[in-house]
Every structure is written in C-alpha cells, then in structure tokens.
Design a protein around this ligand. Structure first.
Ligand code: LLP
Length: 416
C-alpha cells in the first residue's frame, strides 16, 4: 500500500465517497479518518501474498489499536501481536481470538503473563532469561504450560531511523543470537514451558528486502541447529517492519517480500507468523485539522492548526514527513508554511516549509496518519484526544468520540 487514503473529487478531498469537509462539519477537528476499504485491501493483499504457505498474520496492534479496526481485522481472520495486558484486553473487547495472539515485549509483568496464559494465547515471544524464569513460575502456579518462542536478535542493520531499529546487537530487544541455543536447551527442560517457535523483529519502516533475507536466513540456520540438537520448532515468526510511502520512499512490494520469504521457507515444515503493523494501517488514515492562525515571525510563516504534537508526534519525535494538503481550494496565497500546533513547545510541528495556499479557517488533511498516530497521542497541555471516524462507502461511523474536559479529569481526585 503506497498511496494516501484520500482522493480529489471536484476539487475537494474525499475518503471513499465522503468529503472530508463534511466529516469536519459533523465531528469537528482534529479528527482521524480511516477508510474501511483501504484497511481491508491492505490486510487482504498482505494475507493473500502468503496464501500458499501455512501462515498467520498477527497485526501489530500498537500501530492502531482502535476497537473498530481490531474488529475489522479479526473478521478478516487476523491474529494480533500484543505488547501489554492492555492490548490483550482490547483484542478480547474487539472480538479477537486470543488463540491467535502472540505476546511480544521486553518487560512483561507477572500479571500480564497470567492474563495471557488464562486467555490461552498462541505464543509468548520471550526476550530474556529472566522473563523465561518468571513465565515458568507463573505457569507452574496456574498449572498451565506456556507456549514460548525466543525473540532472537539477528544483529542485522535494517537501515531505518535509529529509534525504530530493533535488531542490532546493542538493542534492548530480544536475546543475543549466540545465547539462543543455551536458552532453548534450558527452556526445553522446564515442565511448564512448551517450546514452540522462534521470533525476530529487526525494525520498522524498512524499505529494503536485504535485511529481511539476511535475518530470516540466520534465524532458519538456528532452527536447523536446534533441530539437530533435538529441539524441533513448529513456527517461525518473522516480525513486522515493512515500510510504506510517506513521501517518495519506494516501499517493498508485498509480493516481493512474500517471494523472498517463500524462497527461504520452501521445503520447511514450520508455520510462518508475521507481525505487520504500519503496512496495514498507515495509508488508510488521515488527520484533518483546521487552520486557526496564520502569522509571520522573522523569516518564517506559521500556520497554527488545531492538531498538535499531542495528536501526531511522529514529526517531532522522528523528524517524520507527512503530507499536508488543503481539503478544498483556498482563498489564501500560497506561501511556505511551517504547520504547527497550539502546544507550548517549539518542537510542536506537523510539517515544515510546505508551500500551500492557506487562509484562516481552512481545513488541511495530514496524510499517512493511520499508524503510530492516534496510538501515540497524549493529553499534553490538557488537550482532549481527537475523534476517530471510519468511512465505509457513504457511511461515516464515529468509532471514538472526542474526549471532553470531564474525561480529562475523570480518573483524578483532589486532596482529601
Ligand atoms: N512486532 C514487534 C515486536 C514490534 O515491536 C513492532 C513495532 C512490530 C511488530 C510492527 O512493526 P511495523 O510493521 O509497524 O513496522 N512509533 C514508530 C514505530 C515503532 C515500531 C515499534 N515496533 C513510528 O511511528 O515510526
């Protein structure tokens, strides 16, 4: 998936059959808008590329954990990659099947392990020796067996932003490649541990195939060495990380990704697990915002909009580039604007130096906002979180109402 969820009809941006301006009028701004068709197409394209291999897509829900999106993917047959007890609760609330859940993360608590064991998840992706010991103890206490993979760190450079590279030796994630055989032997002697598979995740927004080829090949060599040692694994989880087009990147085609993995997996007996996040949702969403103030300071022109870094932190945190387009023709002059929010931080920007015709009151659409956007939002500056809608043809479903000021203080108390 490499193009935006919106298109222009009669000079106005639409998502499916609905003008974005109509959504803003009805639901206010800032507002996240997702396309059901784009989500469905992205899931199907990914899933079907692996149709000839035993596989399970476990959507990495951290990218966008909206219940409606989990519900949609669950109906399409998806499993889920979770990283917390909260994410497990969301899967269950959305009607997802815990037996299709893999649990990643470097710091699982005993309570989270217990909830996942009771729910009967497919596998724990174990990231340390300490976690293995905790999991063994929790499972023993419950009289259950914990299905386990080790997340092995293949020490491959995914050549992406350092904050989202996770498979290097210096990374906090996973267990060292060299340590894996010993950990597998140890796990296979533990009565409450059921050794099932192997796992990796080398990073995110990866736009080349070579790191995957290299890492999966390393992983499979390890699987063979383990088998020779009497430890047979039943699945191989290759993680997520496939990049999308935000600006001018050339993302790897799903078919090429599948072909590369197929070439390595041919003739093998293990089931393939995949954990795509961004690729399934990024370009199925846009954020609409309204221009509040146009101002000039020194040499720069600022368009202050009503969305901010608390709504979409990727530009501030990763220098990420998101497209910005006027929702309809503007009466304003085209100038090079920094598109900024009302938050009291100089780092509060959504886009820098974009030549756009803008007038106060105009609506803008910020593209590729389906992944790591709403899911990373906060209430900084006591800003209520945005509304989210999902468009299905001509229908607009409000899937999360805008937070109110009452919501902002609902969990707090004054002093006695
Ligand atoms: N599996 C594991 C274990 C992960 O940690 C992640 C993402 C994924 C799968 C999914 O990766 P994806 O297919 O979405 O690349 N907030 C950052 C991205 C952080 C990714 C964290 N882990 C961003 O906005 O770019």
């Amino acid at each position: 998936m490499s193009s935006e969820a919106f298109h222009t009809v009669g000079g106005e941006l639409h998502v499916e059959d609905v003008p974005l301006a109509a959504i803003a009028a009805r639901h206010g701004t800032p507002c996240y808008v997702y396309s059901r068709a784009a989500l469905t197409d992205a899931y199907r394209e990914f899933d079907q590329a692996f149709a000839d291999m035993p596989h399970l897509v476990c959507y990495a829900m951290k990218a966008n954990p909206a219940l409606a999106i989990l519900d949609l993917f669950a109906r399409l047959g998806s499993g889920f990659d979770i990283v917390s007890g909260g994410e497990l609760a969301r899967v269950i609330a959305a009607g997802g099947d815990p037996r299709r859940v893999v649990f990643s993360g470097v710091g699982k608590s005993d309570d989270e392990m217990e909830a996942a064991l009771r729910a009967g998840i497919l596998c724990f992706n174990v990231e340390s020796e300490s976690e293995l010991a905790h999991l063994g103890a929790v499972a023993t206490r419950l009289g259950l067996r914990a299905p386990v993979s080790f997340r092995v760190n293949p020490d491959v450079d995914p050549r992406t932003h350092p904050y989202i590279a996770t498979g290097l030796k210096e990374s906090k994630f996973g267990v060292a490649f060299e340590a894996a055989p010993r950990l597998y032997r140890e796990a296979s002697t533990m009565p409450a541990i059921d050794v099932r598979g192997i796992d990796m995740h080398i990073g995110s927004q990866i736009t080349e195939l070579a790191p995957y080829r290299e890492a999966v090949a390393k992983l499979l060599a390890l699987v063979d060495a383990l088998a020779a040692d009497g430890i047979a694994l039943s699945h191989v989880d290759v993680g997520g990380g496939l990049g999308v087009r935000y600006r001018d990147e050339t993302p790897v085609a799903i078919a090429d990704y599948a072909a590369a993995i197929r070439a390595l997996m041919t003739g093998r007996r293990e089931r393939l697990l995949l954990e795509p996040g961004r690729r399934l949702v990024a370009n199925a969403g846009v954020l609409i915002a309204r221009v509040r103030v146009l101002k000039r300071s020194g040499a720069r022109n600022f368009a202050v909009v009503d969305a901010a870094m608390n709504d979409l932190i990727r530009p501030s945190l990763y220098d990420a580039w998101h497209s910005v387009q006027p929702v309809r023709a503007s009466s304003g002059d085209a100038l090079a604007y920094d598109i900024v929010g009302p938050v009291c931080e100089s780092g509060d920007f959504l886009a820098l130096d974009r030549r756009l015709p803008l007038a106060e009151g105009d609506l803008v659409a910020i593209g590729s906002a389906g992944a790591y956007a709403m899911s990373m939002s906060s209430n900084y500056n006591a800003r209520p979180r945005a509304a989210e809608v999902l468009v299905d043809g001509r229908d607009v479903h409000l899937i999360r109402r805008r937070e109110s000021y009452a919501d902002l203080i609902a969990h707090e108390s004054r002093l006695p």
